[in-house]
Design a protein around this ligand. Structure first.
Ligand code: PRP
Ligand code: URA
Length: 209
């Protein structure tokens, strides 16, 4: 079973408090999403493998550390996941970026796929799927299914706010995927929105409502 990490870092919690507020502007919302993604990326990459490498400082030779193993790719779920990419890339500038287009049908709450473009070598990479919201879990589970169909194996999922229903669905459908969560909220309401949540993440990032 994959691990579920709920981030308890005070900076992450403070910034999540800001994006939850209904009067936070799109400008500040975007800035905060970027900063939260940076901090979450820092925490979520804690277990990356290091190896020893001999280097020379201006003073002496030494054994330093460098990242080894698989290279990374970031895969945002469109649209709202796009808001997290810049922060992730600030931490891992060499990562490649794929895109998965999904939206949730407002009536059925089922995900509708409209786009998928991944780095050609995705099956050899460590993939971080990012989306600010994990509500029913339908979108995240479908995105990961799309990745698996393309032969991708090493998948992690990162979201800023999750509902227990979404966590449960991910654990049932993709039990091997690690989940990195900024805050775990109470429940979903009758429209599939996370309570207390932050409203519609895509609309708040892009100012579309
Ligand atoms: C939001 C969010 C997730 C999805 C979560 O996207 O960014 O992708 O809903 O809900 P779920 O867990 O119940 O599937 P939305 O469908 O509103 O699309 P958008 O990002 O294009 O606005
Ligand atoms: N998608 C969002 O953007 N917000 C929610 O609360 C649920 C799904």
């Amino acid at each position: 079973m994959g691990n579920v990490y709920v981030m308890d870092h005070p900076l992450i919690q403070h910034k999540i408090g800001i994006i939850r507020r209904k009067d936070t502007s799109s400008k500040e919302f975007r800035e905060m999403i970027k900063e939260i993604a940076m901090l979450m990326c820092y925490e979520a990459t804690r277990n990356l493998k290091l190896s020893d490498v001999e280097i020379e400082t201006p003073i002496a030779k030494m054994m330093a550390k460098e990242l080894t193993g698989k290279k990374l790719a970031i895969v945002p779920i469109l649209r709202a996941g796009l808001g997290m990419v810049e922060g992730m890339l600030a931490m891992i500038p060499a990562a490649k970026v794929g895109h998965i287009g999904l939206y949730r049908d407002p009536q059925t709450l089922k995900p509708v796929e409209y786009y998928c473009k991944l780095p050609a070598d995705s099956s050899e990479r460590e993939i971080y799927v990012v989306d600010p919201m994990l509500a029913t879990g339908g979108s995240a589970a479908a995105a990961i299914e799309m990745l698996k169909e393309k032969g991708v194996k090493n998948i992690h999922f990162m979201c800023i706010i999750a509902a227990p229903e979404g966590v449960k669905k991910m654990q049932q459908e993709h039990p091997e995927v690690d989940l990195y969560i900024g805050a775990l909220d109470q429940r979903l309401n009758e429209h599939g929105y996370i309570v207390p949540g932050l409203g519609d993440a895509g609309d708040r990032i892009f100012g579309t409502k």
